[in-house]
Ligand binder design. Structure first.
Ligand SMILES: NC(=O)C1=CN([C@@H]2O[C@H](COP(=O)(O)OP(=O)(O)OC[C@H]3O[C@@H](n4cnc5c(N)ncnc54)[C@H](O)[C@@H]3O)[C@@H](O)[C@H]2O)C=CC1
Ligand SMILES: O=C(O)C1=N[C@H](C(=O)O)C[C@H](O)C1
Length: 283
């Protein structure tokens, strides 16, 4: 497989909030942004192309992506794909990337995650798949996971309450919160994903959670509260992010990391962001 330490990067979909922010980060990093983006059917028809930092990016309808992919493979050796789309299409996209044998980074959350991992592995693809790309949040996740490995059951008997707040349009429950509760379960305080409280209304966000008005359209506030059985001890872990640059920058790091793994012919092919962080590959 062709590979490069400075790979051409294609972002699907540049019409979305994260896709656009990531494409801008690719350009900011001085990397080659492929001026083509797979997008949803309605945007492809209605919009045609979208500007990213002055670069016109052609939008490709889902029905036309296979023929477009043939051309892209020939035109951009060492290509790395990035997916920030929707929970409803992420499984189909991953199966498509894997079938085409192109390394890919998936930041999209939701969908059938078991199936997604199965498809990625079956294609023998190189991929970074993670619900959270922000360096410091990934470090927090890694720390919790280490704590769980070192001190399993340390929070046995504690009650866990989790609240996540995001922009109104976010359909699914936070993928990050789902990953974090899996580590906390190993520490002895399990809850179900259905117990995660999702906040999407603006008044609760601004008045109760302190989300700045200007970030109602793009924020991710997470609080994990652990309380002892007798109520005497409380631990609160919180990460509150406004905007999207933290994820966009981390995603570029993931793409560069992946290109390096391809170039090395790494035996391990599927990675998460903790692997990227541990490799010292996050700026
Ligand atoms: N891993 C991370 O660090 C982060 C993950 N996310 C996740 O990224 C995803 C996208 O979030 P946003 O950009 O806010 O959503 P968005 O709604 O702004 O964008 C979604 C885009 O997907 C496109 N799309 C729909 N069908 C498609 C198809 N078949 N092929 C290609 N593109 C298609 C739409 O046209 C739209 O442009 C969500 O799952 C979100 O949870 C968001 C922020 C950080
Ligand atoms: O949709 C978002 O915005 C975010 N999605 C990711 C998630 O579901 O965990 C990461 C972050 O919370 C922002």
């Amino acid at each position: 497989m062709a590979a490069s330490s400075s790979p051409p990067i294609m972002v699907n979909s540049c019409t979305g909030k994260m896709g656009h922010a990531t494409a801008e980060a690719v350009v900011r990093a001085g990397l080659q942004l492929v001026p083509v983006s797979f997008t949803g059917a309605s945007e492809a028809v209605a919009v045609g192309n979208v500007g990213v930092s002055g670069i016109p990016v052609e939008l490709v309808h889902p029905d036309e992506r296979q023929s477009a992919m043939q051309n892209l493979k020939a035109q951009y050796p060492g290509l790395v794909l990035i997916d920030f789309t929707l929970p409803s299409v992420v499984n189909d996209n991953v199966a498509f990337y894997a079938r085409n044998g192109i390394p890919f980074v998936v930041g999209t959350t939701g969908g059938d995650r078991e199936q997604l991992m199965q498809d990625a592995r079956a294609g023998n693809s190189y991929a970074v798949i993670a619900p959270q790309m922000g360096k410091q949040v990934v470090a927090f996740q890694a720390t919790l996971e280490l704590m769980a490995q070192q001190f399993p059951g340390a929070f046995a008997g504690y009650k866990l309450e989790v609240t996540e707040s995001h922009q109104r349009q976010k359909a699914d429950t936070s993928g990050t919160a789902k990953a974090v509760i899996a580590s906390i379960a190993k520490l002895g305080a399990p809850i179900s994903e259905d117990d995660i409280v999702k906040v999407r209304d603006a008044s609760t966000q601004t008045e109760r959670l302190g989300v700045p008005e200007e970030h109602l359209g793009g924020h991710a506030f997470h609080t994990y509260r652990l309380t002892s059985g007798d109520g005497d001890v409380e631990f609160v872990f919180q990460h509150n992010v406004c905007g999207r640059s933290i994820y966009a920058e981390g995603t570029v790091d993931a793409a560069l990391f992946l290109a390096k793994k391809v170039a090395e012919g790494s035996e391990q092919r599927i990675f998460d962001m903790i692997d990227v962080l541990k490799a010292g590959a996050m700026r």
